[in-house]
Design a protein around this ligand. Structure first.
Ligand SMILES: [Zn+2]
Length: 130
């Protein structure tokens, strides 16, 4: 792994923008949430990182807060019928959730890159039961 953590850009911001955390130019994702095998701009092999459920957790918390606050505000101020709430908040919830998935996955992968996170492994030369 090349060390370009201080190359004049924030790898975290690059990850949030779905760019390569190594050069901030190439694309991080090949398909929607599938990480590309390597960066097209700098050739950096993206490690087999897995953000797990991390992006979904942040999105649930953020979108849940925004939509709930907005729905409560609209209800208190205008008291619209319930069907209008459904028309307003269901598409907003879906749009925000799907729209934020890629940036948050990119951010969490960039955080892993920035801190050099790797899967735990056992050294072959350590004594121990086999
Ligand atoms: Zn790159």
């Amino acid at each position: 792994m090349t060390d370009k953590k201080n190359a004049g850009f924030s790898p975290l911001w690059a990850g949030f923008l779905c760019k390569c955390p190594n050069c901030a130019k190439g694309r991080l994702f090949g398909r929607f949430l599938k990480v590309a095998p390597s960066c097209a701009a700098c050739g950096f092999d993206f490690p087999e990182s897995d953000a797990g459920d991390g992006p979904a957790v942040f999105i649930v918390l953020i979108v849940g807060f925004v939509v709930t606050f907005a729905a409560l505000l609209v209800e208190v101020k205008y008291a619209p019928p319930y069907w209008l709430h459904a028309v307003l908040w269901l598409p907003l919830t879906l749009g925000l959730s799907i729209g934020l998935l890629q940036p948050f996955k990119g951010l969490l992968l960039a955080i892993q890159f920035h801190h050099g996170a790797a899967e735990a492994r056992i050294e072959d030369n350590e004594p121990g039961p086999r």
